[in-house]
Design a protein around this ligand. Structure first.
Ligand SMILES: Nc1ncnc2c1ncn2[C@@H]1O[C@H](COP(=O)(O)OP(=O)(O)OP(=O)(O)O)[C@@H](O)[C@H]1O
Ligand SMILES: [Mg+2]
Length: 484
């Protein structure tokens, strides 16, 4: 199998899938789709694959059909070392050529930024479909990989009634690095520092390049690192959140609404009604805009664990939360070089709106992958949720709720209820709150016989807490960074 080049960090499983695709080249016609949000390393991986396998790589740009066809023919002419330049009148001709040229059967053909092509030429997916269907009969044909970040286009390519549905034998979605992998990528071994950095740059590989590989040396360097990187107008990271939005959201109705929606979510108004009141619109009028943001993968809607029909929005990319909560209202002072003052002033927002919620999200990610020993079984679903306590007239917010695999005819089995606090020492009253929630859930018919009460803290635990009762688990920063 094709060896992964040393410069490609991690991405073992993804490389394996791509290398297997390459192994099958020439044996059968193939069609593969690679997708993922911007800056996740799709191009990096595919260019490396093309180099390692001698494949043909074409990176489309935003252009007219005629222009794109010209770019493709130039690249193909060069790749195939043809004496005379190729010319394609339309995509039908170009696709026929790609599928008929014998020298292109023994290598992968990689077309990156496919959405630029299909945007200018909406018939392209069905032209490809016809070409693929024709080659399927003599079982001879090329191995074509298409790639793109516009989730709205890439997702639809293979979903529902789309012409390419059912034709792909590889579907790869590149996600950000998991938090412990991101820590290694940034060369950070202190878990506290790793979480603080992850709360800003997440697991998006490109962001390390955006700051020329500058990582904070230690906890004491963190504030300085923030002011010299993400708050520094001279780094590409500074404006990245705005670029992401501009590149991903191509809907030109009311573009000003999108940053306001993101800002509302980032600053803690995450229900549809809450967002509506912050941006000053009726809840129903936001449906289209929230759907567009969800389609791009910049936000996600998550269901409450216990209240059916209730959902909240979360921002998927930490940098966007950071931008909306910290940077957006301070562009003036930041552009005039006052990052130090801004950063000092924004500490409460950083803790409450960025680090706190981010820590909760990391605790959920950790729990999703928890080994069976931790909570009695491997969780099948991890959410957050609200339990209503009508006796005490309160709502108990639960940061981490882990469910076992649902079984038909049986009540949902709760494996764990967890409280996550970045800056607080957790103690007996936190356990009591979780215990009360467990009691209420038992009354409501959930199976809580083996529910573990989990405390996740960035600041430690009161002495004796682990012995405070049945099935209590304490999870500290080191645990979050211990591969399970
Ligand atoms: N696995 C990796 N190992 C090392 N560096 C990586 C890796 N993945 C990405 N990078 C770095 O991130 C940069 C950005 O990645 P790349 O341009 O491939 O992202 P992309 O997913 O194609 O984004 P876009 O959708 O914006 O085109 C790369 O140039 C490289 O520096
Ligand atoms: Mg790319």
């Amino acid at each position: 199998m094709l060896k992964k080049p040393d410069h490609v960090f991690d991405r073992e499983a993804q490389w394996r899938a791509l290398a297997q695709f390459v192994d099958r080249v020439g044996q059968r016609p193939q069609f593969g789709v690679v997708s993922g949000r911007r800056r996740q390393g799709k191009t990096y991986l595919l260019e490396s694959l093309a180099t390692a396998s001698g494949g043909f790589y074409f990176g489309a740009t935003e252009a007219t059909e005629a222009d794109s066809l010209r770019q493709l023919s130039t690249e193909l002419t060069r790749y195939l070392k043809l004496p005379a330049p190729l010319r394609f009148a339309d995509w039908r001709e170009a696709v026929s050529y790609l599928f008929a040229e014998p020298r292109l059967r023994s290598v992968p053909i990689i077309i990156d930024e496919f959405p630029f092509l299909s945007k200018a030429s909406p018939a392209l997916p069905s032209i490809l479909q016809h070409a693929i269907d024709r080659t399927a009969i003599p079982r001879k044909g090329p191995s074509l990989l298409i790639c793109g970040s516009a989730q709205s286009i890439m997702g639809r390519l293979l979903a529902g009634q789309a012409p390419l549905r059912g034709r792909a034998n590889l579907e790869l979605r590149l996600r950000p690095f998991d938090h412990w992998i991101a820590a290694r990528y940034w060369g950070i071994s202190d878990p506290e520092l790793a979480i603080m950095v992850h709360a800003i740059v997440g697991g998006t590989p490109a962001y390390r390049e955006f700051v020329s590989g500058d990582a904070p040396g230690d906890r004491g360097d963190f504030d300085d690192w923030v002011t010299r990187t993400v708050l520094n107008p001279a780094t590409p990271l500074f404006l990245e959140a705005r670029y992401q939005l501009a590149e991903e959201v191509t809907d030109h109705r009311e573009t000003g609404l999108y940053p306001s929606l993101l800002a509302a979510i980032a600053t803690g108004s995450n229900t549809r009604g809450g967002i509506a009141s912050v941006v000053g619109r009726k809840s129903n009028d936001l449906t289209h805009y929230l759907n567009v943001l969800e389609d791009t993968g910049l936000i996600m809607r998550v269901q409450d664990a216990f209240r059916s029909g209730r959902s909240i929005y979360r921002i998927a990319e930490p940098l966007i939360t950071f931008h909306q909560a910290i940077v957006r209202t301070e562009l003036g002072p930041l552009e005039s070089g006052r990052a130090g003052q801004v950063w000092a002033r924004k500490q409460p927002q950083f803790l409450a709106q960025v680090l706190g919620p981010h820590f909760e999200a990391l605790c959920r990610s950790y729990t999703e992958l928890a080994p069976a020993e931790l909570f009695g079984a491997r969780p099948s679903q991890v959410q957050s949720g609200v339990v209503t306590d009508s006796v005490h007239r309160t709502q108990i917010e639960i940061d981490v709720v882990a469910f076992d695999v649902p079984e038909p005819g049986k009540p949902p089995r709760v494996l764990a209820l967890g409280e996550a606090k970045w800056g607080k020492v957790l103690g007996i009253r936190h356990i009591e709150r979780l215990r009360r929630a467990r009691e209420l859930l038992t009354e409501r018919g959930y199976d809580t016989r083996d529910t573990t009460l989990a405390c996740y803290s960035g600041a430690g635990f009161e002495a004796g807490l682990s012995g405070s009762g049945e099935r209590v688990r304490l999870i500290g920063l080191e645990d979050l960074y211990t591969p399970t």
